[in-house]
Design a protein around this ligand. Structure first.
Ligand code: ADP
Ligand code: ZN
Ligand code: ZN
Length: 743
């Protein structure tokens, strides 16, 4: 490393302005990505500070013209340095350019104007003021009288009120000021997304035995200076959030800061309110609905040390805290923690990396942990705690599984089984609420049989095949394909097809069967406008409807004490998703759905309708038995060499020229094989799940290996090879480690 790349300005979207400097001998072994360095800058060699963003052995321009780094900036390590180091990690382990990675971790683009609040303070004595007011009234100075009388009532008023409510013009204000009757005061106000909504309350909950065990266990290690990642496994309502809050309180008392990550969909007012009540105004929130100004102000408050806790979805991980002590990832199994754009980082891995850098602990919480995290907890890499019970009086619901094949055989073609219809009838009579959940996830062109329940699968990869427009069924991992059969390959039935019923159809069906029931529907169509999501949930919570019909949106993170029946329609749809996580997702979503029933005092009931009543993911979800699910699923992952047993690297190629794409994909495959990396399995090349998108053709190659660093290294080799050959400029290549969604 003879040369170092430096950026000078990280605040205003000038991240692509990278300057190269020579590394002096004395600094060779000490410079690291993220460090702040002293550099001479510009024509006059002005001394400036910059951040190291990378190193290189080749010079971008003649080295004799290049200046030298003059030193390393010592003192406290800034949050920005850590974030830049995080970007370098992302570039390396996820695959992207340094610039893309920097844009991800330093997301504040434009400094927006700070809001200044101006107030008018009355300087006159009461007596004097009243005399003057009489005079104004006599002379019929109406505006002046209005202003003075309001000020006499309130003493201090802000300009905004005076202008908007009292219609006082700036010239009148100016006149008052010049005459020494008022004084103007200014103060910067940070746009606080929920200022004034809440009051700080004293803590009222006494932790139970299991919660104490988790808190004290983690805290004992923290106090000893051990910073680890912990998995906290407990069903919804078991008191995980109370554990998070207790740990955060201790971390704050220790002078440190906390990041709380929550999937965007679960980031409700109620969740934020609980943190706010506990930690007051030193908590803030980040989410996609904030204005640019609000977002900017949260960064400033964080940087200036005016915040202790930030709550938000995955991007909140990049808040510039310099005294970070703990990172919480609630619902750590949620797929929204993985970025769908380059760099395709997973917030869980990024959190663990950031925590390691600055000596923070990480808590992963879930009712249905990802296989990855549970695997690491089992093998001792992560600490592990369990909360087994629901707090309060709520009990686990009574769950039944209904076989839809049998319903069909006995002549019931309705979307609802007889069991579910009967249960709905009872609940409606006793005025309790019902949730009907359509498990739509993974509706990706799979083909299944309504008689025997089997879906058509790839014999090599054990995932379902997808029906493409050309009428062929294809595996998007390995490229295996067959023509669409006319009858079921397992039982010869003619009832094979994709699943078509949607939420609208279910809503109609409910109205037909139960005309007296009031129905609300929540799906993509009804939640497109801002706030509609909250509005529907609030209305249902207030009892304005008997039935809520919806997709997975309705099963996440909401408490409805009056819901005593949850119906899961076609539970198995997500099992037909054409990727290796199908069973895991099915288990997660069903466990959540079942958990919705009976959160209050009345015992709840759940009815799961399925074509595959014997599938382990459905059986174990019905019994809320994570351990049994895990032990089955991990066998499959081991056998088929899928994560977490193996690391999987997706290589996604796209190009408008179909032929060139085919040629380059084949040549990349051949190059990978020629490297003869020990232990690497290559799957494909194959057509992508979406073979063409907006006239761009797409192909995929998957690689598997037991160790991630072998694949990271291999990826670097591919990047280097492609950088040297100009033909690769015509093909876009993206990397995706442990992919969650099909490309
Ligand atoms: P989770 O985060 O696992 O869903 P929460 O922490 O939100 O669980 O707890 C669910 C409910 O139970 C909340 O209303 C919470 O205040 C309450 N709760 C949690 N722990 C206790 C406790 N030890 N004693 C009484 N109530 C508790
Ligand atoms: Zn069949
Ligand atoms: Zn296959």
């Amino acid at each position: 490393m003879r040369f170092v790349n430096v950026i000078v300005d990280i605040s205003s979207g000038k991240l692509d302005k990278i300057f190269q400097y020579k590394v002096p001998e004395s600094l060779k072994d000490r410079l690291q990505t993220g460090m702040q360095v002293n550099i001479p800058f510009g024509m006059g060699n002005r001394p400036m500070k910059g951040y190291v963003v990378g190193f290189s052995d080749t010079a971008d321009y003649p080295p004799e013209k290049m200046k030298e780094v003059t030193g390393i900036v010592t003192g406290s390590v800034q949050a920005e340095s850590q974030l830049i180091a995080l970007a370098a990690w992302m570039r390396k382990t996820c695959g992207s350019t340094m610039n893309q990675a920097l844009k991800t971790v330093l997301p504040v683009k434009q400094k927006t104007r700070q809001v200044v609040d101006r107030q008018a303070v009355l300087l006159l004595e009461e007596e004097e003021g009243k005399k003057l007011l009489d005079e104004y009234l006599k002379k019929n100075y109406r505006a002046k009288a209005r202003l003075l009388s309001a000020l006499l009532d309130h003493k201090v008023l802000d300009y905004k009120t005076l202008k908007e409510k009292l219609k006082i013009t700036p010239s009148v204000m100016k006149r008052f000021e010049e005459d020494g009757m008022i004084r103007t005061e200014e103060k910067t106000i940070y746009r606080n997304p929920f200022e004034g909504h809440f009051e700080k309350k004293e803590r009222s909950v006494l932790l139970n035995q299991e919660q104490i065990q988790a808190v004290e266990g983690i805290w004992a290690e923290y106090a000893e200076g051990i910073r680890k990642t912990y998995l906290l496994h407990g069903v919804t309502g078991s008191g995980k959030t109370e554990v998070y809050m207790e740990l955060i309180a201790r971390v704050i008392a220790d002078g440190k800061q906390a990041i709380v990550l929550i999937p965007e969909i679960a980031l409700t007012v109620q969740t934020v309110m609980r943190f706010h009540e506990r930690f007051g105004n030193r908590v803030s929130v980040m989410h996609s609905r904030l204005s640019d100004g609000e977002r900017y102000d949260q960064y400033v408050r964080a940087r200036e040390g005016k915040l202790d806790v930030i709550i938000g979805p995955r991007s909140a991980l990049f808040i510039p805290f310099s005294r970070l002590g703990i990172i919480i990832l609630d619902e750590e199994h949620e797929s929204s923690y993985k970025s769908e754009n380059v760099p395709r980082y997973h917030a869980r891995d990024a959190a663990v990396f950031r925590a390691k850098m600055c000596g923070a602990a990480v808590i992963l919480g879930s009712a249905t942990p990802s296989l990855e995290s549970y695997y690491l907890a089992q093998t001792g890499t992560y600490g592990f705690y369990r909360l087994t019970g629901r707090t309060g009086n709520a009990v686990m619901p009574d769950v039944s599984i209904v076989d839809l094949r049998a319903e069909l055989k006995e002549g019931n073609r309705s979307i609802f089984s007889r069991k579910l219809q009967q249960a709905m009838n009872e609940r409606l009579k006793s005025r309790q609420q019902i949730m009907l959940f359509l498990n739509r996830r993974g509706l990706s062109g799979f083909v299944s049989c309504r008689s025997c329940g089997e879906a058509i699968r790839c014999p090599h990869c054990d995932v379902t095949l997808s029906l493409h427009n050309d009428g062929r069924l294809k595996c998007h991992y390995c490229g295996y394909e067959i023509p669409m059969p006319g009858t079921c390959p397992s039982c010869n039935s003619r009832y094979i097809s994709g699943f078509r019923a949607g939420t609208q159809q279910i809503e109609k069906e409910v109205s037909k069967l139960f005309p007296q029931a009031k129905v609300l529907r929540m799906d993509y169509d009804t939640t497109r406008t801002k706030d509609s999501y909250e509005r529907i949930l609030t209305a249902f919570g207030r009892g304005e409807a008997d039935v809520l019909v919806g997709t997975q949106m309705i099963v996440k993170g909401h408490d409805f004490p009056n819901v005593t029946l949850v119906g899961v329609l076609a539970a198995d749809i997500s099992l037909y998703a054409n990727d290796y996580r199908a069973a895991e997702r099915t288990f997660q979503i069903l466990t959540q759905a079942v958990g919705r029933a009976g959160r209050g005092e009345t015992a709840g009931e759940a009815v799961i309708q399925t074509y595959m009543p014997d599938h382990y993911s459905i059986r174990t979800a019905a019994g809320q038995d994570y351990e049994r699910f895990y032990s089955q699923e991990i066998l499959y992952r081991n056998l088929m060499e899928y994560p977490p047993a193996y690391v999987m690297l997706g290589i996604y190629l796209s190009c408008p020229q179909e032929e060139l794409l085919g040629k380059q994909t084949r040549s990349l495959g051949a190059y990978i094989l020629s490297l003869k990396t020990e232990g690497v399995t290559m799957v494909g090349p194959a057509d992508a799940m979406l073979t063409k998108k907006k006239d761009i053709y797409r192909k995929v190659i998957y690689l598997k290996h037991k160790q991630s660093d072998v694949l990271t290294e291999l990826k670097e080799k591919l990047e280097n090879m492609m950088e040297k050959d100009p033909v690769w400029q015509k093909v876009t290549v993206q990397f995706d480690f442990n992919p969650l969604n099909a490309f």
